[in-house]
Design a protein around this ligand. Structure first.
Ligand SMILES: [Zn+2]
Length: 525
């Protein structure tokens, strides 16, 4: 083992910094243009208007649903109004069956009346009219313990867990990245910290297995509807995603409803005192026909340089949302910012050398179905390991999908050749709070299908705000939890990045791509 000499890494850091500065210095920056972009983005912003249409009027947007299609048509019309070219809903392949919530009602009717805050899980069926009854609380630690409920659950309203702890939190609900957080991001993580395995993950896997066994048992016993507590959340916040499959022909789960933790707990505590409770629940949900075609929303500012206009710089976010809120921070914000960024460039009359292409993706929440389909159709088929002609024409894809917080910098996604270029681009927007380049990867969103086939796909670093505590996949993911000021900043920085990528002499450098490497990582949506 070689003992590390403390002085050496310091020298290396200095050399790297000098190297970065030197490469950065070669970036030609149009400082008049950055002023114009800033003025249009910060003083003439249209972001609030875009957000109302995307997060109030045309939301939520479950993939391939009628609302999704209508919202896409609105964006296409808006893009045309802004003077963008080739605006269209572009098919990427089949999505599967879509799902729509049409009606939901739940209440405790005895021993007291209480209208319940809750939401059905997506891709679960409706109840057969109003289900009334005494809920049965089943509490098991192992699958074997389910035996004692055998024959007792036909037509029952079932609660799958006992009351949940809801400790008071003394942490602030919203946060920004501190200087210290950003400094840590700039440094590569310790190799030991990268291990994906932890005791917590093993515990989660065991929990998941038990839940699957419970679901199977309840289905076999013919329960009528399942009630669950929201996993996390308080003050009536319900975190809820899917409870079934989008795949054609997949088995239908039981009707399943997630309740706000405070309401779920009240019912559970009364039941534990052996006092009967009466509940009524009605869910009406509609599965649309099998194997619907899926579409991404696309629009362009065509390039004007004879040599470079066939090359493309892309930007976007995901257009699909979950159903309990309106997907305002996930990812209406990213879509509005990307649309606003191209609006800014168009409004100040930018004539880009390369073509700028906006893409709002479908079905990111189902593991990037829309962006994966797009990458396969346009750039690289991972199954056939086949490169398409456009593969050599994409300079970069810039994604925004971490909520409503302003941009603090960018994840260079391990691309050490692109990092110093980004550092140079950030200089004139440093005072807006965007200054950090990290070589680290970030997962869980639509830049991954690009990155996974060796194309430069990047996600911006954003302030967290209330994303993790309140809005991400919850009924509180609505317009009121958006920070319009942060999103004006984000659109301004995004427009500046896209402008630079569209104008610079070369496309952005790529990192080494091994087509035989294992698939894309997925951390969270
Ligand atoms: Zn998202």
């Amino acid at each position: 083992m070689i003992k590390r000499q403390p002085g050496r890494s310091f020298v290396l850091v200095i050399l790297l910094v000098l190297f970065a500065v030197q490469i950065g210095a070669q970036e030609k920056l149009d400082l008049q243009m950055v002023q114009r972009i800033r003025r249009e983005g910060l003083e003439n912003s249209q972001i609030a208007d875009l957000l109302i249409y995307l997060c109030d009027v045309h939301a939520p947007r479950l993939p391939a649903s009628p609302q999704y299609v209508k919202a896409g048509e609105w964006v296409v019309a808006k893009a045309k109004e802004l003077g963008l070219a080739n605006a269209q809903m572009e098919p990427y392949g089949t999505f599967g069956r879509s799902w729509e919530l049409q009606k939901f009602y739940a209440a405790m009717t005895s021993p007291q009346y209480l209208p319940l805050i809750g939401y059905p899980k997506a891709w679960t069926p409706g109840t057969n009219g109003v289900v009334k009854g005494n809920p049965v609380l089943i509490s098991v630690r192992t699958a074997a313990e389910l035996e004692k409920y055998k024959g007792k659950l036909k037509g029952a309203i079932v609660m799958t867990q006992g009351p949940q702890d809801l400790p008071i939190s003394f942490e602030p609900g919203a946060s920004r990245l501190s200087d210290e957080d950003l400094r840590k991001l700039e440094l590569a993580p310790e190799p030991a910290a990268r291990s994906p395995y932890s005791a917590r993950m093993a515990e989660m896997a065991a929990q998941q297995q038990l839940q699957q066994a419970v679901s199977k048992f309840l289905q076999a016993e013919g329960a009528a509807v399942v009630l669950e507590p929201s996993r996390g959340g308080k003050d009536g916040t319900v975190f809820v995603a899917s409870g079934g499959s989008r795949m054609k022909g997949a088995a239908m789960p039981l009707p399943s409803v997630v309740l706000a933790i405070e309401h779920y707990n009240r019912i559970a505590r009364i039941l534990q005192k052996n006092i009967p409770v009466e509940i009524e629940v009605e869910v009406q949900a509609r599965f649309t026909e099998d194997d619907l075609p899926g579409t991404n929303v696309i629009a362009e500012i065509p390039g004007v340089d004879k040599k470079l206009k066939s090359e493309v710089v892309m930007l976007g976010g995901h257009f699909d949302t979950w159903h309990s809120g309106t997907g305002a921070t996930d990812d209406g914000a990213g879509c509005a910012v990307a649309l606003e960024a191209v609006r800014i460039l168009k409004a100040i009359g930018v004539q880009p050398r390369r073509t700028i292409r906006l893409a709002l993706w479908d079905a990111e929440e189902q593991a990037f179905v829309g962006s994966r389909g797009y990458v396969t159709n346009h750039f690289y088929d991972r199954v056939k390991k086949e490169k398409k002609p456009e593969y050599d024409k994409l300079s970069a894809y810039f994604n925004l999908d971490n909520g409503s917080g302003k941009v603090r910098g960018i994840y260079a996604q391990g691309n050490s050749a692109a990092a110093p270029i980004f550092a140079a681009w950030l200089e004139p927007v440093r005072d807006l709070g965007a200054a950090t380049v990290t070589l680290r990867n970030t997962g869980g969103t639509d830049h991954l299908p690009f990155d996974g086939v060796g194309l430069p796909g990047f996600q911006f670093i954003q302030d967290v705000l209330e994303y993790n505590t309140l809005t991400h996949h919850s009924n509180m993911d609505v317009y009121d939890h958006l920070s319009r000021g942060d999103l004006m900043q984000a659109a301004t920085v995004m427009a500046w990045f896209v402008y630079n990528a569209a104008m610079r002499e070369e496309m952005l450098p790529r990192k080494f791509f091994d087509p035989n490497a294992p698939g894309m990582q997925r951390i969270r949506n």
